[in-house]
Design a protein around this ligand. Structure first.
Ligand SMILES: [Zn+2]
Ligand SMILES: [Zn+2]
Length: 211
């Protein structure tokens, strides 16, 4: 129970956490959970490492390119418990309008970040769906090609078989013809022999040998 309670708390922390908006060379976002960093009035936030890297060279927000000055940048961090109490102490001394302004600004910032996160997730999912669809359709195309090839091969085999059958048929016809010719020659040679023996009175063992 204690373990699943810890997991639930971690999930909640994970959900409420703000992540660095810095775009890496790979095109994806840094996305590291902000422990310490800088929040801009354009509602973008960067981890300490990327803020230092970027703002040492530029005055523009690396995401929306809005010109920003140090006055519009706020150093942020996850307050340890004692500084939470400090914050409470600070708010306790403030008029309600200040408290409301601070709270609504912070909530708007958080909402903007979460909305962007959600939008990115949706875009990623859509891109994934598109890739998946493309993959499925190309797989289908490949399958069709394989099927066509298989059919062609089958058709090729059929054609070969047909040609073989035809060749066999022709061979048989040729053989029959040869056999007919042979028997005809036999008949002719036989009658020739008979004619000859009749004419000469001599038995001639003549025999046509033909293949
Ligand atoms: Zn970062
Ligand atoms: Zn920005």
């Amino acid at each position: 129970m204690a373990h699943s309670g810890t997991r639930k708390r971690l999930r909640e922390e994970e959900f409420v956490a703000l992540r660095c908006n810095f775009q890496l060379d790979s095109g994806s976002q840094c996305g590291c959970v902000i422990q310490e960093g800088w929040a801009l009035s354009c509602s973008h936030i960067f981890c300490a490492k990327h803020a230092q890297e970027w703002f040492s060279k530029s005055d523009c927000c690396p995401v929306c390119k809005n010109n920003t000055t140090n006055a519009q940048m706020t150093q942020v961090g996850r307050p340890p418990d004692e500084s939470r109490l400090q914050l409470l102490g600070m708010l306790l001394t403030r008029p309600p309008t200040d408290i409301q302004l601070a709270a609504s600004t912070a909530i708007n910032f958080w909402e903007h970040q979460k909305f962007e996160e959600f939008r990115r997730d949706v875009t990623r999912e859509q891109e994934f769906a598109v890739r998946l669809k493309r993959f499925i359709s190309s797989s289908r195309k490949e399958l069709t090609e394989v099927e066509t090839l298989k059919n062609a091969k089958k058709a090729g085999t059929e054609e070969l078989r047909r040609q073989l059958r035809e060749a066999e048929h022709r061979l048989k016809q040729d053989r029959d013809e040869v056999a007919t010719l042979e028997s005809r020659i036999q008949q002719l040679s036989e009658s020739y022999r008979q004619e000859l023996s009749r004419a000469t009175g001599v038995q001639t063992p003549f025999r046509a040998r033909m293949r």
